[in-house]
Write a protein that binds this ligand. Structure first.
Ligand code: SF4
Length: 273
């Protein structure tokens, strides 16, 4: 008799890159997300707290249901089944932000953009442009590293149909706000992958103290917006770049090509230097 699939990986049980331990405090409400994000003493602890959050009942149920049922191709693999925390350089020059993890990608591997088709396109481009050590990102112990870059999501749990509700986005925002604030001392370029990430970054950047243009410029591939970094930052310009999301829909239809991704990440790399 086989045992039932687990709904999530217990914190601190040996999953590669798991930032949490059994003692990591768990947020059960949006108020607790705000408090735990604000009080996290380090970026590592912030990510640990992100990775055990249970503040959105619909998303918790969905991510764990996916982990139990699994896709046939991954039936023999344990699923992460938890929020996917920020990942990469602790003092990044380039911050890359997406909408949310994929049900059988980040929700399976525990690492953002890892183990799905979007990630295949993204990491191949990041490698070609010098921002990732390897051209692929398939599982949390594959040795992949970001080079001077960091990745985060505006919503940390895989949502049904890739569509988080406005309330879920609002609940998750404090995790991103604090991560953006922690990285502000080194970040020269922010890349928003897709229009939702572009929208989601705005309040996080404002809260972290960035000076933003009004009205908000429209999202587009290659859109470039100068931002004023928070007071006390040792440089005077940060750039927000728009990039179409390398979703299967976009790559299949040719809306996004390898050249288009390389153009944005090559630009990000040059600006960051
Ligand atoms: S989406 Fe964000 S706030 Fe909601 S449960 Fe996941 S990590 Fe917590």
């Amino acid at each position: 008799m086989t045992s039932a699939n687990a709904p999530f990986v217990p914190p601190g049980s040996g999953w590669p890159g798991d930032p949490a331990t059994p003692a990591t405090p768990v947020a059960h409400t949006p108020d607790e997300v705000r408090a735990l994000a604000a009080e996290a003493p380090t970026l590592h602890e912030l990510c640990a707290r992100q990775s055990v959050c249970r503040a959105c009942p619909r998303l918790v149920e969905w991510r764990e249901q996916v982990a139990v049922r699994r896709r046939r191709a991954y039936a023999d693999q344990e699923y992460w089944g938890r929020p996917v925390p920020g990942w990469g350089d602790e003092e990044p020059r380039v911050l890359i932000v997406g909408l949310a993890p994929a049900a059988h990608g980040g929700n399976r591997t525990g690492r953002i953009f890892t183990g799905d088709r979007s990630g295949d396109w993204l990491f191949a481009s990041l490698h070609r442009t010098g921002l990732a050590a390897r051209p692929t990102s398939v599982h949390a112990a594959d040795g992949q590293r970001l080079l001077g870059a960091r990745m985060a999501a505006t919503v940390r749990c895989a949502p049904p149909d890739n569509k988080p509700t406005p309330a879920e986005r609002a609940a998750c925002l404090p995790w991103l706000e604090r991560e953006v604030a922690e990285a502000a001392g080194s970040v020269r370029v922010v890349v928003a992958l897709g229009g939702y990430a572009w929208q989601g970054m705005w309040p996080a950047l404002r809260k972290a103290g960035y000076g933003l243009p009004r009205p908000r410029p429209a999202f587009g591939h290659g859109a470039e917006v100068p931002l004023i970094p928070p007071e006390g930052t040792p440089f005077d310009r940060v750039t927000l770049l728009g990039c179409y999301h390398p979703s299967q829909q976009n790559t299949f239809t040719g809306r996004v090509t390898e050249e288009m991704l390389d153009a944005v990440f090559g630009r990000a790399r040059r600006l960051a230097e």
